[in-house]
Ligand binder design. Structure first.
Ligand code: PLP
Length: 486
């Protein structure tokens, strides 16, 4: 699906320029705009064909002589129903405009969900760096970008030992393995998380012990951790869910008291701070995911931080088939191939060049949602604390069941009908077949949050207007007075 920028044809160009744009976007259409991105015409490949055959135009003819000046457009907040009414065999693309007449989006039959839950922002040096990999043949895991990406992440977090890997799941597995966790050990994990957290524990042969989260922070409960400790407990895996931090000082205190390791699953918490300290700088190891929907992305990708040099060095060997660094093709361990490619890291480096901007935008999105949804008594907003900078990986909130009969799934369905992608919170681990055996006791908080929770569009590139549209659509479901007008 093309982005709006790929659809725009400057009104100063000729047909040759316009054809190049239409060819590249593969939509057969472009929107002709002036220097202020105001729409002045629409041009299809059919218009160009007809201009050649019937009107004697050439590749050098100005675009403005050929474009259609009577065209169909809609406001960016138009509903999928309104869009569908206008789409036809003749009109396959509809430009969507803001109040100032600027083209900010477009709709087509395959693009009715105009506000996705999370899409990457790749407008920096991503393309240039990936092209450099291809041009120079450095496309495997050798090459400068892997080391640069590790260095940039380490420097940003103020840590020493960072290891890039192929994704966030293997980051967790490798972290646990390098810390020596395996058969006979127990690892405590929250019930409310993405399944990769618990899967990675199971890969090692250790036994996961599932505990409930807290009602007010949605994060693993330190109290429940303490209650779950046995002589076999070896580690705790806090997960900074949806960008809100776990109570790391409390978890560290428990770990110290019982001599346990801490592995932070920070797939969703990049940039989040607690009392000014970044997540992933607390644990003996901490992991990241750079999947396409993450705050910083490499498409697929992951990273591990280690506190201890020995663990880092062991993990570096395990990442590379367990092969000795001194003696080529001599294997010290049963290792893995968990390396990140230079291509992935090239994207990561370009993302890290803009990390401050990315995090600023993520925080801003959360602050705006908080402000605009604060008066909706049918909703419980995400956890908040003055000690926390939440980076809102996905802005996630709860339907307040005491205040409305609307259920969470209906809300998601209705938002989708309005072109807004929303997503339910993860299922509790303990209800899914592979994990039932690791459950013990009750999990009321996880069950409630999982049943009532849903996430709203949270892309770094989400515009203020799109966010207003999301809030309007959501509020209208509860018939709340419109406060966002203007
Ligand atoms: C909490 C959590 N842990 C682990 C992962 C796994 O990361 P990946 O998809 O990169 O393997 C994810 C995300 O996908 C996640 O949200």
């Amino acid at each position: 699906m093309s982005k709006i920028q790929e659809m725009l044809i400057p009104d100063t160009g000729n047909i040759r320029d316009a054809l190049a744009i239409i060819d590249a976007n593969a939509q057969g259409t472009g929107f002709v705009v002036d220097a202020d991105q105001q729409l002045v015409g629409v041009l299809t490949d059919g218009d160009i064909r007809r201009a050649f055959i019937n009107a004697g135009k050439t590749l050098e003819s100005p675009v403005v002589e050929v474009m259609q000046t009577r065209f169909t457009s809609l406001h960016v907040t138009a509903s999928p129903e309104q869009i569908n009414l206008l789409l036809s065999d003749r009109i396959r693309h509809i430009p969507l405009m803001d109040e100032a007449g600027k083209v900010v989006d477009y709709a087509s039959r395959t693009r009715l969900h105009r506000i996705p839950i999370m899409e990457p922002l790749l407008g920096g040096n991503e393309l240039a760096y990936v092209s450099e990999c291809v041009r120079t043949n450095w496309i495997s895991s050798q090459g400068r970008f892997v080391r640069d990406f590790e260095r940039m992440m380490a420097e940003f977090h103020g840590v020493e030992y960072a290891l890039a890997v192929s994704n966030g799941t293997v980051a967790l597995h490798l972290a646990l393995d390098a810390l020596g966790i395996g058969e006979g050990d127990e690892v405590i994990v929250p019930n409310l998380t993405f399944a990769a957290s618990i899967n990675s524990i199971i890969y090692t042969g250790a036994r996961p012990v599932i505990v409930d989260v807290e009602a007010d922070t949605w994060a693993i409960s330190p109290e429940k951790i303490s209650a779950a400790i046995t002589p076999r407990t070896k580690a705790i895996m806090p997960v900074h869910l949806y960008g809100f931090p776990c109570d790391m000082p409390a978890i560290e205190a428990i770990a110290r008291e019982h001599n346990l390791l801490v592995v932070e699953d920070n797939a969703e918490g990049l940039g989040t701070t607690l009392n000014g300290q970044l997540m992933a700088t607390f644990g003996d190891a901490a992991t990241f995911s750079f999947f396409g929907n993450k705050t910083v992305t490499t498409g697929e990708g992951g990273m591990i931080f280690f506190k201890d040099k020995a663990h880092y060095e062991k993990a570096a060997i395990l990442r590379d088939h367990g092969m000795s660094k001194q003696r080529k093709y001599w294997h010290d361990y049963v290792g893995f191939n968990y390396r990140m490619t230079n291509l992935q890291a090239a994207i990561g480096v370009a993302q890290m060049e803009r990390i401050d901007e990315i995090l600023h935008k993520k925080c801003q999105i959360g602050v705006r949602y908080n402000e605009w949804l604060t008066d909706v008594e049918e909703l419980t907003l995400p956890p908040q604390s003055p000690d926390v900078r939440n980076t809102y990986w996905l802005y996630t909130l709860l339907v307040n069941e005491q205040k409305t009969d609307l259920n969470r799934d209906d809300i998601i369905k209705k938002l989708l009908q309005n072109g807004i992608e929303a997503r339910p919170v993860f299922y509790p681990l303990h209800v899914m077949p592979p994990y039932v055996e690791y459950a013990s006791g009750e999990y009321p908080n996880t069950e409630y949050i999982s049943r009532q929770g849903f996430s709203l569009p949270s892309s770094v590139g989400l515009s203020t207007e799109q966010q207003m549209e999301v809030c309007r659509a959501l509020k209208s479901l509860f018939k709340v007075r419109e406060l966002l007008e203007g």
